[in-house]
Design a protein around this ligand. Sequence first.
Ligand code: OSB
Ligand code: MG
Length: 372
Amino acid sequence: MKVEAITLREIQIPLVHFFETSFGRVSNRRIILVTAHCDGVIGWGECVADDGPFYSSEWSETAWATTRQYLAPAILGRQMASASDCVPLMARIRGHRMAKAAVENALWDAEAKQKQIPLWKLLGGTLREIPCGVSIGIQDSIEQLLDKIEIELAVGYQRIKIKVKPGWDLSVLEKIRARWPRITLSCDANSAYTLNDIDHLRKFDQFNLLMIEQPLWDDDIYFHAELQRQLKTAICLDESIHHARDAEEAIETGACRIINIKVGRVGGFSEAIEVHDVCASKNIPVWCGGMLESGIGRSHNIALSTLANFKLPGDVSASKRYWKEDVIDPEIEVTPRGTIQISDEPGTGYTVREDLIEKLTVRKEVFGLGTK
Ligand code: OSB
Ligand code: MG
């Protein structure tokens, strides 16, 4: 396929409910979307970068600038046998993985549509139904959090993950466990602790958690190994894993027993599959993380979650938990078993609502062969 044009677009959408982590609260999402126009087919990709450099150093503006100045020119007009051929074309550009992922995933989407096969099959997936969990942010009160957990359990979600930080951790977990001693529960610190907190972190062991996600620094692997040696609870790494070599290093040093794969964080589907395969070969289960994506990114997360080593429930949940109206049709729905059923339709199985996206667009730029 040949990339004839790339469209960059920024949409803004309010979340149904604010989402708070140890690094801050968001109420509105500002999302960069990429469309790749290839041989008459349009593929969509979503950049998961946030509206500020808080989860990672990448954010909306760096993604926009890097795509317009480096990524789009690197692939425009290029003939590719498959979407993954864009990886070497963009390799000279260091980092900027979320920006790259949006471009690469748009090409995978286009390729699946062109070949008239489901994206999940093109990625090498096999699972036909994927287990779903929810990530519940820090709330204004513990009572509010307990109410939210009750609602999500009633819907059928298979795993509850709460966000923790110093001051919103042990007492919260204690209340949850007092009410639900047996649910599958995990927590995500988004790097809120240091090794000075080791005695404090050991107290998390009493709650029988499925995992504690990213307790220490976002750029660290080595000291997570030190911490994992002192914890019974499995550590799961999110922020620290940027590519398959990071995954290998984390597994070999014993820094974690579980890995969260976010396709944006690792730079696109090709690298996500590599991370998945490394983990599979070393018997480390993975699950698919979320970044408060619109339906476009979410549908890509669903496709990725069909790979065989996605053994744990992911942060892949229903559209209505995030948006009054999602940008895809049908919206993503979860069965009473807490699963998402995988469609046999070509592409993602969800249609992008271009009319709605047009209404939500606050900025748009088209790069064609003439503008190269
Ligand atoms: O660490 O997994 C995270 C959201 C934004 C940034 C980081 C994270 C998250 C989530 C939400 O946990 C997952 C989702 O429901 O999309
Ligand atoms: Mg996380």
